[in-house]
Design a protein around this ligand. Structure first.
Ligand code: PMP
Length: 397
């Protein structure tokens, strides 16, 4: 028998499986709403102007490809801290926040998970029900037991907030609670500012370790608005981990640009934390890649490019909102028996549409691809395909 003869086939990634089926479909009018990617009104993944201009700038000053420091480009880590915590944040002034450049938001979560497993090995991890499908696998692969906390209520298409609070209150002290800072994936249902206040109180009262995952900063209400929850956690005190990603906000998916930030209780503790985060990075991939970090750092630190980025990001945010409005209005006309107004209240790239698995299956017969859970990517809708989608939904309801 061969050494690997008894290895089972790993389960297929549910979302990538949809893309495979989509790619194999020969219908020219096919539409993929299963993805987690922003498309523009022409159905293309944008190459942002701010990114192109930063790359042109970098081309003028070509530099040798040395290794970056283990924690990444200093200018990048600084820019991330200012974006995530706010430029005037006390934790930056007091040097209590440490940030390491990471291979996308996924890499940031993994560094955080490995770090926590080393220093809080008996913690259990709690993710929302439902959550981004990789959260569970990622924390399990770091050695944690992963549980759910109550989050989504299909009856209201919103957050079951009482359920969430009662889940939080039942957790053992030292549990890690993974929270979506904004634009909840997959449901699109976010907490209100008032509810965040109660969550922060419950996290503090229970001695929980908050891990904020911010993969969509700027896609909800705005860059500062979406980051506000990070600042509120910082103000409340206590340990905090924040993973962030520029995959979506810079449309830099394939460059793998993200970061992990950890807030310590003192400057001296921060130095020790950084040394241990570096050890995690060093033993995994030694140091991060250079290009994406340089692009983001250049945009964030150059006032004109930064303004351009903020405008382009606002453009993406506004277009998604327009698609939500259009979807609600058109469905009201074509499927008057069913109320889709909740889609307008949802935030970010996704909507839990309420479509059943069977209905999603029937949509596929119309060459429209969505996730079995009913999650659709609103950012994949555009002025040319929305009528096809609405007609198909009306037909399968
Ligand atoms: N967290 C959430 C909630 C996400 O939706 C995603 C990506 N879809 C990530 C993390 C990972 O981001 P990245 O693609 O930058 O690794």
């Amino acid at each position: 028998a061969s050494l690997f003869g008894a290895i089972d086939m790993a389960p297929r990634d549910p979302i990538l499986g949809i893309t495979e089926a989509f790619n194999a479909d020969t219908n020219p009018a096919k539409i993929n709403l299963g993805v987690g990617v922003y498309y523009d009104d022409n159905g293309k993944v944008p190459l942002l102007q701010c990114v192109q201009q930063a790359e042109a700038k970098l081309m003028e000053q070509l530099s040798p490809r040395t290794y970056l420091p283990i924690e990444g480009l200093a200018a990048y880590d600084k820019a991330v801290q200012e974006l995530v915590f706010g430029a005037d944040s006390a934790v930056i002034q007091e040097k209590r926040a440490v940030t390491v450049q990471a291979i996308g938001g996924t890499g940031a979560l993994k560094i955080g998970a490995d770090f926590l497993k080393r220093f809080s090995p008996d913690s259990q991890v709690f993710i929302s029900d439902p959550s981004w499908e990789n959260h569970r696998a990622l924390f399990e692969s770091a050695g944690f037991i992963v549980n759910h906390y109550t989050y989504y209520d299909p009856a209201t298409h919103g957050v079951d907030f009482e359920g969430m609070l009662s889940s939080l209150r039942k957790m053992d002290a030292g549990s890690v609670v993974v929270l979506h800072a904004c634009c909840h994936n997959p449901t699109g249902a976010d907490l209100t500012q008032e509810q965040w206040g109660q969550v922060i109180e419950a996290v503090q009262a229970g001695g929980l370790i908050p891990f904020l995952d911010m993969a969509y900063q700027g896609f909800g209400a705005g860059i500062a608005e979406d980051g506000a929850v990070v600042r509120r956690f910082v103000d409340a005190g206590g340990p905090l981990l924040v993973s962030n990603s520029f995959s979506k906000s810079f449309s830099l998916y394939g460059e793998r640009v993200g970061a992990l930030s950890v807030v310590a209780s003192s400057t001296e503790e921060a130095a020790r934390l950084l040394s241990q985060l570096k050890r995690v990075v060093r033993t995994n991939y030694s140091n991060p890649p250079m290009h994406g970090g340089k692009v983001v750092a250049t945009v964030l630190a150059t006032p004109e490019l930064r303004q351009l980025w903020e405008d382009e990001l606002a453009g993406m945010r506004v277009r998604i909102k327009e698609m939500r409005e259009a979807l609600v209005a058109k469905l009201a006309e074509k499927a008057p028996g069913r109320d889709f107004a909740f889609v307008r209240e949802q935030v970010g790239m996704f909507s839990y549409s309420g479509l059943t698995k069977e209905q999603v299956g029937k949509l596929r017969d119309e060459s429209i691809y969505a996730v079995d859970t009913g999650r659709i990517c609103v950012a994949a809708l555009n002025s040319k395909n929305i009528d096809l989608v609405v007609d198909a939904i009306a037909k399968v309801l």
